[in-house]
Design a protein around this ligand. Structure first.
Ligand code: CA
Length: 223
């Protein structure tokens, strides 16, 4: 598995490289955004770990450039505490996940595995999370034996979140994907729908499968 680590803090880069290599990853490191963009655009990586603040080109600009080139390589952003706007912008630009510094290499590894599982995964027609079963073809939803009736939008929302478990989606991404046209970003439409959906799919023990990620958006939890 080839990983490109883009991080200008050399001690962090070294630690990540060492940690990943010990687990059998093949790691390339770049300390400079301009160089990193060239590498990312010309070589094949299984995942890119991308810091945001970099000399040369910054991480968000690299990400934007790659996605404009239709390069779908999985990207995990490294963000500093407080970089909330950058985090949201990164997710909107198509980052697959983010980690806030400081972090443990083990955490990064589990995110890398999750991202790779998601992006290489076959699009299954039946999805199960605990005793929640969703058939994306027949659109049947069940919690245990109990059938659940969802509206088309509710189903669209559930499907979108559920196809990428653990991944955080911003409200903008959810609106663009599920509603498909521009809404006032200040609308609370997404929150209203998530609330309704949560209530409908809640199990007997009141567990919530959709988590609110404060200040960012929502994600579907793998139970
Ligand atoms: Ca940095």
């Amino acid at each position: 598995m080839n990983v490109l680590v883009v991080e200008d803090e050399k001690s962090v880069a070294r630690l990540v490289k060492k940690g990943l290599e010990e687990l059998g990853f093949s790691v390339e490191v770049s300390h400079n955004g301009t160089e990193a963009y060239t590498l990312a655009a010309t070589r094949q990586y299984d995942v890119i770990v991308l810091d945001i603040m970099l000399p040369g080109r910054d991480g968000l600009s690299i990400l934007r450039g790659l996605r404009q080139q239709k390069n779908a390589v999985p990207v995990i952003l490294l963000t500093a505490r407080g970089e909330l706007d950058e985090r949201i912008e990164g997710l909107d630009l198509g980052a697959d996940d983010y980690l806030t510094k400081p972090f443990y290499v083990e955490e990064l590894v589990s995110r890398i595995h999750a991202v790779i599982r998601r992006t290489s995964g076959v699009q299954l027609s039946i999805f199960q999370a605990g005793d929640l079963t969703v058939n994306f073809v027949t659109r049947e939803v069940k919690r245990g034996d109990r059938p659940i009736r969802l509206t088309a939008r509710e189903f669209g929302l559930l499907e979108y979140l559920m196809r990428s478990p653990e991944r955080v989606f911003t409200r903008t991404q959810i609106i663009e994907h599920v509603w498909g046209y521009d809404f006032d970003p200040n609308t609370n439409l997404v929150d209203v729908y998530v609330k309704r959906l949560r209530k409908k799919i809640r199990g007997d023990f009141g567990d919530d499968l959709i988590e609110t990620v404060r200040g960012v958006g929502y994600r579907f939890l793998r139970p």
